[in-house]
Design a protein around this ligand. Structure first.
Ligand code: 13P
Length: 260
């Protein structure tokens, strides 16, 4: 059985280290020691050290929001996976749509970063998802398949089992529009079927696939109850401790009750 995994992607927020520390402290005290649901926060990299200190003694994971595939050298502005580990990270988000669409990141680059993340034992959270136009044109599955093929090339089944995927429809990110639980489940089932085909059913059954896109405390329970939705990658609602904790509470209640 896959554990539910709720991760907060703080993106380029909050504006100060003090505010980041306060948010991390509130999340830490709300989550407590229970590990029935996996939780991680992904702050901007300049806050990682400080947030890592706050999270000491807590089961909450710490993630970077991006990394470079090279291990060291003359790459101004980039961060290596080893640097993220040194700052306390356990996870790293790769291929977020804001990087794919806003900054031109390609599947091949995501794939290079993924292999580099494995080299330093970071747990990768690899994001995929279609735009509004692609969905309207009936291309959702083709787009997802292309991103899966390109981003996950060259992985062994054992490596694949250690990847977290995040299905984030671009049209649902930061828009207040959420995929319906049915739309999200359909996409997740497609992803799981693709994984099964490529890596075998046993591996596919182990891969955690999060949903992301306007997840809030009041819609999280319905999404997380679906059989192939194994967690959430939360943007805006992860910046308010009460909202993020509300999503974790919803996940805990799904974990306690079991799936639909
Ligand atoms: P929102 O929850 O703000 O829609 O963002 C989702 C997201 O991009 C998480 O990575």
């Amino acid at each position: 059985m896959r554990s539910l995994f709720i991760a907060g992607n703080w993106k380029m927020n909050p504006g100060t280290a003090e505010a980041a520390v306060a948010l991390a402290e509130a999340v830490k005290s709300g989550v407590g020691a229970a590990a029935d649901v996996r939780v991680a926060v992904c702050p901007p990299s300049v806050y990682l050290h400080r947030v890592d200190q706050v999270l000491e003694g807590s089961p909450i994971g710490l993630g970077g929001q991006n990394m470079y595939w090279k291990t060291e050298g003359a790459y101004t502005g980039e961060l290596s996976g080893a640097m993220l580990v040194d700052a306390g990270c356990t996870h790293v988000i790769l291929g977020h749509s804001e990087r794919r669409h806003g900054m031109g990141e390609t599947d091949a680059q995501v794939n290079a970063k993924l292999h580099s993340a494995f080299g330093v034992q970071l747990i990768p959270i690899v994001c995929i998802g279609e735009t509004q136009d692609e969905r309207a044109a009936g291309q959702t599955e083709d787009v997802l398949q292309g991103q899966l093929v390109g981003s996950l090339a060259g992985l062994s089944p054992e490596q694949m089992a250690g990847v977290v995927l995040a299905y984030e429809p671009v049209w649902a990110i930061g828009t207040g529009l959420t995929a319906t639980p049915e739309q999200a489940q359909d996409a997740h089932a497609f992803i799981r079927a693709w994984l099964s085909n490529e890596f075998g059913a046993a591996t596919a059954a182990r891969v955690v696939v999060q949903y992301g896109g306007s997840v809030k405390p009041d819609n999280a329970g319905d999404l997380l109850a679906r059989p192939d939705i194994d967690g959430a990658l939360v943007g805006g609602a992860s910046l308010k401790a009460a909202d993020f904790l509300g999503i974790i509470t919803a996940a805990r209640s799904v974990a306690a009750k079991g799936k639909d």
